[in-house]
Design a protein around this ligand. Sequence first.
Ligand code: GAL
Length: 693
Amino acid sequence: MKKCILLLCAVLAVAQAFSQPDNPFFPAKRLITTGIYYYPEHWDPNRWERDIKRISEMGFEFVHLAEFAWFKMEPEEGKFDFAWLDKVMDLCAKYRLKVVMCTPSATTPAWMRYQYPETFLMNSQYIRGEHGTRQLSSVVNPVYRRLVARIVTQMAQRYGKNENVIGWQLDNEPEAKHDFSPSSQEAFREWLKKKYHSIDTLNTVWGNAFWSQWYNSFDQIILPNVNLVGWWGSNPHAVLDLKRYLADAQGEFLDFQAHILREHISSHQFITTNYTAVSTGADPRRTKLLDFATYTAYPNGGTYNIGQQGFRLGNSNLILFAAEYYKSVGGVTGAMEIQPGTVNWGNFTPLPLPGAVRMWLYHIFAAGGKLACSYRFRQINYSAEQYHSGIMETDGETPSPGGYDYMQFMKEMNILRKEADTRAPLPEKLAKRSTAVLWNLENYWSFDQQRQTRQWDNWNYPVKFLQIARSLGAQADVVPETADLSKYNVVIVPAYELADSGLIKNWQDYAAGGGHLVITCRTAAKNRAGYLWEAGWAAPLTALIGARITAFDMLPDQYYGDVQTKSGHYKWNNWGDLLQPGKNTETLAVYNDQFYKGAAAVVQRKLGKGTVTYIGVDTDDARLEKDVLKDVYTAAGATTEQYPPGVFVYWRDGFYVAVNYSSDDYTMPMNSAAKILIGERTVKPGGVLVWKE
Ligand code: GAL
């Protein structure tokens, strides 16, 4: 009996570890909640009821309101008018729609520009922003802060206890924009004083002995202005601090709003914001008060992607990465904006392939997304986004193709809600492939200044490893360096340039404890301040990877070098570390040409109970990296799949979910017990498939 109880406890513990963790804002059984942006201020009030009724009939579950409506809520300074919004809220309640309320700080009313021009930011030419568009405020300006605090307080007092409001979105697509205004200059100096205390410490960390950059006092410092001085003038250590300061200021501005809301709102209302899927400035991990972070997803902005239909299906890497990365705040995420059809800002704006919007929705869902909301309900017939499609056509009554896709998705979610098993444990084969990709923005900022070759793709380099892990059938998270790595069977550290001995020790402990660690080129080349080591190249890594990096090479765009492994030849030209392995290190790949023919390109060693693999070469087609990783999974006791580029397969709540961004049909390998719930076994381009095994 005692044994049985112990066994039961063990089984329950495993089941809990792997099923969807409970989240206070999103009941597991609902799987995902869907919503739509509606801007009542854009339309004649006599249209509101028709539109909101329609939103409800189409199957949406919440409406996203007030994001850019500051002018309407505070038409004159200090005079508030919420009567119109109350009416819309009443209509939402009448039609059983929940509300996500937004703080309007991204667009300011005209009176603000007139009365307080200092609230606008300045660009790198020191030209002040003007009224008339969005995201032009200086988030550190005290007057702007005061005015934001007032409107946010008013909104929180009015809607913070409203049962129908499920949560709040702060601002819109926070960006951590460069801001050279006097307020920002002052805030930067304060930030530096707090960090360095003494000017000589700053001088040392910034390496100011170079080119007479030495400062006598903090008062002499201005924001490094790369645009004016040119690249040769930019001090990489100072620019790294500039990026950190901007991201901190952005994060602190969001926390400032969240703090005000928290004082007034009910605990059932969440606080989030909607970062862009690719956010190179704002760092969600720097906020402290968000319940979770969401992202905005516009996969198709006129790029080619995979095969002939790729330009209609969009960039398959976008949701792939964002859906994992944004979970690093609060453990869950979702898409606050999904492209509903064509956009107005693309390089070119093709019609999405019929079904593409549904596939993007399924991708968000597959990756564990808790909410899927779209920008916007009605296509507007005036102003800057006239050419941007909506869920409804310009007549306001006819659903667009994206609208139909959305309706289908919402109908299908009702089927899946009945079929879901939210306590289902992760299938064992997936648990064995559990993977983490370590990433942070600081490395991006550092590379952005010193890419060394125009072929170094800062953003897409780590994404490539997520893509490889997925193509091998692994569930993969994107995690910060502070994450508990012991949960993962494989940990990938792609080009983690800024490191310190503590971090390297964590990696070492992870591998020694039985983990399979994969480190790639450009990792630990610098310390946190951006200094190269006063030792060999990436010297702190030598012991861990069991090899010395003697040099690195890169080739011209049109010229390829050859790397050879036991299974074949691979082309490379982006980056190649020349490795000299130690005595217990195995060489997995060598350079097969150039004057250094025979030098190692990929090495591996055993460490304690685990392994460490170092991939020193960066290839365009990722074939080499993929083959190396496949062997790592095998060594880790995991099986792998061979999904083609653009086919992603996920597992959640007892389902497998597949999406196909490629231009070819793909027939899914399935066991005979599989039960298809949505789609067909052969998944068409832009198609989806949901099944249980
Ligand atoms: C997003 C933005 C929306 C809308 C949309 C158009 O980046 O958050 O407000 O402008 O782009 O595609």
